[in-house]
Design a protein around this ligand. Structure first.
Ligand code: AR6
Length: 184
Protein backbone atom coordinates (compact mmCIF):
# COMPACT_ATOMS: atom_id res chain seq x y z
CA UNK A 1 0.00 0.00 0.00
CA UNK A 2 1.37 3.41 -0.90
CA UNK A 3 2.02 6.16 1.64
CA UNK A 4 -0.69 8.79 2.07
CA UNK A 5 0.17 12.41 1.38
CA UNK A 6 -0.92 14.98 4.02
CA UNK A 7 -1.97 17.57 1.41
CA UNK A 8 -3.42 17.11 -2.09
CA UNK A 9 -0.75 16.90 -4.82
CA UNK A 10 -0.29 19.54 -7.49
CA UNK A 11 -2.62 19.18 -10.47
CA UNK A 12 -1.20 20.99 -13.50
CA UNK A 13 -1.73 21.46 -17.24
CA UNK A 14 1.10 21.74 -19.79
CA UNK A 15 1.31 21.69 -23.55
CA UNK A 16 3.44 18.86 -24.88
CA UNK A 17 3.91 15.28 -25.99
CA UNK A 18 2.81 12.73 -23.42
CA UNK A 19 5.31 10.14 -24.68
CA UNK A 20 8.25 12.16 -23.34
CA UNK A 21 6.89 12.75 -19.83
CA UNK A 22 9.10 11.79 -16.90
CA UNK A 23 6.34 10.51 -14.66
CA UNK A 24 5.60 7.09 -13.20
CA UNK A 25 2.61 6.45 -15.43
CA UNK A 26 1.15 7.93 -18.60
CA UNK A 27 -2.46 7.37 -19.54
CA UNK A 28 -3.30 6.25 -23.05
CA UNK A 29 -6.55 7.20 -24.80
CA UNK A 30 -7.01 3.64 -26.03
CA UNK A 31 -9.87 1.79 -27.67
CA UNK A 32 -11.57 -1.41 -26.50
CA UNK A 33 -9.30 -3.60 -28.62
CA UNK A 34 -6.21 -2.43 -26.66
CA UNK A 35 -4.26 -3.14 -29.84
CA UNK A 36 -3.35 0.42 -30.80
CA UNK A 37 -4.77 2.98 -33.17
CA UNK A 38 -4.21 6.60 -34.20
CA UNK A 39 -3.89 9.79 -32.15
CA UNK A 40 -2.14 9.58 -28.81
CA UNK A 41 -2.56 5.77 -28.83
CA UNK A 42 -0.51 5.52 -32.03
CA UNK A 43 2.13 7.89 -30.67
CA UNK A 44 2.46 5.89 -27.43
CA UNK A 45 2.75 2.54 -29.22
CA UNK A 46 5.32 3.94 -31.66
CA UNK A 47 7.46 5.37 -28.85
CA UNK A 48 7.06 2.33 -26.57
CA UNK A 49 7.96 -0.26 -29.21
CA UNK A 50 6.80 -3.88 -29.63
CA UNK A 51 6.95 -4.83 -25.93
CA UNK A 52 3.87 -2.70 -25.24
CA UNK A 53 1.83 -4.26 -28.04
CA UNK A 54 2.87 -7.74 -26.85
CA UNK A 55 1.58 -6.97 -23.34
CA UNK A 56 -1.67 -5.63 -24.73
CA UNK A 57 -2.12 -8.73 -26.89
CA UNK A 58 -1.55 -10.89 -23.83
CA UNK A 59 -4.21 -8.97 -21.89
CA UNK A 60 -6.68 -9.52 -24.71
CA UNK A 61 -5.92 -13.25 -24.77
CA UNK A 62 -6.11 -13.75 -21.02
CA UNK A 63 -8.41 -11.14 -19.45
CA UNK A 64 -10.32 -9.09 -21.99
CA UNK A 65 -11.41 -11.49 -24.68
CA UNK A 66 -14.23 -9.14 -25.65
CA UNK A 67 -12.12 -6.00 -25.21
CA UNK A 68 -11.95 -3.42 -22.41
CA UNK A 69 -15.25 -1.52 -22.06
CA UNK A 70 -15.53 2.28 -22.20
CA UNK A 71 -14.91 3.88 -18.81
CA UNK A 72 -12.41 1.20 -17.76
CA UNK A 73 -8.60 1.30 -17.50
CA UNK A 74 -5.78 -1.21 -17.16
CA UNK A 75 -2.04 -0.74 -16.56
CA UNK A 76 0.80 -2.39 -18.45
CA UNK A 77 4.54 -1.83 -18.55
CA UNK A 78 5.79 1.00 -20.74
CA UNK A 79 8.32 -0.62 -23.12
CA UNK A 80 10.88 1.96 -24.24
CA UNK A 81 9.01 4.97 -22.79
CA UNK A 82 10.55 7.01 -19.95
CA UNK A 83 7.59 6.17 -17.69
CA UNK A 84 7.23 2.82 -15.88
CA UNK A 85 3.61 2.15 -16.74
CA UNK A 86 1.05 2.92 -19.40
CA UNK A 87 -2.54 3.00 -18.18
CA UNK A 88 -4.84 2.21 -21.10
CA UNK A 89 -8.15 4.02 -20.60
CA UNK A 90 -11.04 3.62 -23.00
CA UNK A 91 -13.04 6.80 -23.43
CA UNK A 92 -16.67 6.85 -24.51
CA UNK A 93 -16.91 7.27 -28.27
CA UNK A 94 -19.25 10.23 -28.76
CA UNK A 95 -19.30 9.61 -32.51
CA UNK A 96 -20.79 6.17 -31.75
CA UNK A 97 -23.43 7.66 -29.45
CA UNK A 98 -21.57 7.20 -26.15
CA UNK A 99 -22.35 10.60 -24.65
CA UNK A 100 -22.60 9.79 -20.94
CA UNK A 101 -20.31 12.10 -18.91
CA UNK A 102 -20.24 9.52 -16.10
CA UNK A 103 -18.43 7.10 -18.43
CA UNK A 104 -15.88 9.81 -19.16
CA UNK A 105 -15.44 10.54 -15.43
CA UNK A 106 -14.99 6.81 -14.86
CA UNK A 107 -12.04 6.79 -17.31
CA UNK A 108 -10.16 9.26 -15.15
CA UNK A 109 -11.11 7.64 -11.83
CA UNK A 110 -10.27 4.12 -13.09
CA UNK A 111 -6.92 5.37 -14.37
CA UNK A 112 -6.03 6.85 -10.98
CA UNK A 113 -7.03 3.54 -9.37
CA UNK A 114 -4.67 1.65 -11.68
CA UNK A 115 -1.79 4.05 -11.00
CA UNK A 116 -2.22 3.60 -7.25
CA UNK A 117 -2.67 -0.17 -7.60
CA UNK A 118 0.69 -0.58 -9.35
CA UNK A 119 2.42 1.78 -6.91
CA UNK A 120 2.87 4.86 -9.11
CA UNK A 121 2.95 8.32 -7.52
CA UNK A 122 2.89 10.61 -10.57
CA UNK A 123 0.67 10.43 -13.62
CA UNK A 124 0.19 12.28 -16.91
CA UNK A 125 -3.18 12.30 -18.68
CA UNK A 126 -4.01 13.34 -22.25
CA UNK A 127 -7.40 14.84 -23.12
CA UNK A 128 -9.07 11.43 -23.38
CA UNK A 129 -11.93 11.48 -25.88
CA UNK A 130 -11.16 14.91 -27.34
CA UNK A 131 -9.79 13.62 -30.66
CA UNK A 132 -11.12 10.73 -32.74
CA UNK A 133 -13.89 10.10 -30.17
CA UNK A 134 -15.35 13.53 -30.77
CA UNK A 135 -15.73 15.18 -27.35
CA UNK A 136 -15.43 18.93 -26.94
CA UNK A 137 -12.13 19.45 -25.14
CA UNK A 138 -13.79 21.91 -22.74
CA UNK A 139 -16.19 19.24 -21.57
CA UNK A 140 -13.36 16.73 -21.19
CA UNK A 141 -11.38 19.30 -19.19
CA UNK A 142 -14.27 20.02 -16.81
CA UNK A 143 -15.00 16.35 -16.22
CA UNK A 144 -11.32 15.42 -15.86
CA UNK A 145 -10.50 18.20 -13.40
CA UNK A 146 -13.65 17.64 -11.33
CA UNK A 147 -13.05 13.88 -11.18
CA UNK A 148 -9.38 14.09 -10.29
CA UNK A 149 -9.91 16.81 -7.68
CA UNK A 150 -12.62 14.87 -5.91
CA UNK A 151 -10.90 11.48 -6.03
CA UNK A 152 -10.09 9.86 -2.70
CA UNK A 153 -7.04 8.32 -4.44
CA UNK A 154 -5.29 11.69 -4.70
CA UNK A 155 -3.74 11.34 -1.27
CA UNK A 156 -1.58 8.50 -2.66
CA UNK A 157 -0.10 10.66 -5.43
CA UNK A 158 2.59 13.35 -5.71
CA UNK A 159 1.62 14.82 -9.09
CA UNK A 160 -1.20 14.80 -11.62
CA UNK A 161 -0.31 16.44 -14.93
CA UNK A 162 -2.55 16.98 -17.95
CA UNK A 163 -0.42 16.99 -21.13
CA UNK A 164 -2.23 18.68 -23.97
CA UNK A 165 -1.77 19.07 -27.69
CA UNK A 166 -2.47 22.61 -28.90
CA UNK A 167 -3.46 25.95 -27.45
CA UNK A 168 -7.20 25.26 -27.33
CA UNK A 169 -6.79 22.12 -25.23
CA UNK A 170 -4.27 23.79 -22.94
CA UNK A 171 -6.61 26.77 -22.40
CA UNK A 172 -9.55 24.48 -21.66
CA UNK A 173 -7.62 22.67 -18.92
CA UNK A 174 -6.12 25.88 -17.52
CA UNK A 175 -9.61 27.33 -17.28
CA UNK A 176 -10.99 24.23 -15.56
CA UNK A 177 -8.10 24.29 -13.09
CA UNK A 178 -8.66 28.00 -12.39
CA UNK A 179 -12.31 27.37 -11.51
CA UNK A 180 -12.71 26.88 -7.75
CA UNK A 181 -13.63 23.32 -6.76
CA UNK A 182 -17.27 22.56 -5.86
CA UNK A 183 -17.81 22.87 -2.11
CA UNK A 184 -17.65 19.40 -0.54
N1 AR6 B 1 0.56 13.84 -26.51
C1 AR6 B 1 -0.50 14.40 -25.90
N2 AR6 B 1 -1.72 14.52 -26.47
C2 AR6 B 1 -1.86 14.03 -27.72
C3 AR6 B 1 -0.80 13.41 -28.44
C4 AR6 B 1 0.46 13.32 -27.78
N3 AR6 B 1 1.51 12.75 -28.36
N4 AR6 B 1 -1.27 13.02 -29.66
C5 AR6 B 1 -2.58 13.38 -29.72
N5 AR6 B 1 -2.92 13.99 -28.56
P1 AR6 B 1 -7.18 10.83 -29.55
P2 AR6 B 1 -9.67 9.77 -28.36
C6 AR6 B 1 -4.24 14.53 -28.13
O1 AR6 B 1 -7.81 10.86 -30.90
O2 AR6 B 1 -10.44 10.96 -28.79
C7 AR6 B 1 -7.23 6.29 -31.32
O3 AR6 B 1 -7.22 5.84 -32.63
C8 AR6 B 1 -5.23 14.90 -29.22
O4 AR6 B 1 -4.90 16.18 -29.76
O5 AR6 B 1 -5.80 10.32 -29.43
O6 AR6 B 1 -9.88 9.23 -26.98
C9 AR6 B 1 -7.52 5.18 -30.32
O7 AR6 B 1 -6.98 3.94 -30.72
C10 AR6 B 1 -6.53 14.93 -28.45
O8 AR6 B 1 -6.70 16.18 -27.77
O9 AR6 B 1 -8.07 9.94 -28.50
C11 AR6 B 1 -9.02 5.14 -30.30
O10 AR6 B 1 -9.53 4.37 -31.36
C12 AR6 B 1 -6.32 13.85 -27.37
O11 AR6 B 1 -4.93 13.53 -27.41
C13 AR6 B 1 -9.42 6.58 -30.48
O12 AR6 B 1 -8.33 7.20 -31.17
C14 AR6 B 1 -7.13 12.59 -27.57
O13 AR6 B 1 -7.25 12.30 -28.96
C15 AR6 B 1 -9.58 7.30 -29.16
O14 AR6 B 1 -10.00 8.62 -29.40
Amino acid sequence: MSVRRPVPPPIEAVEGDITTQQVDAIVNAANSSLLGGGGVDGAIHRAAGPALLAECQELRRTRYLDGLPAGHAIATGAGDLPSRWVVHAVGPNRRAGQTNPTTMASCFESSLREVVRVGGRSVAFPAVGAGVYGWDVREVAEIAVRTVRSSALLTHLDLVRFVLRGEKALRAFERALATPPDPA
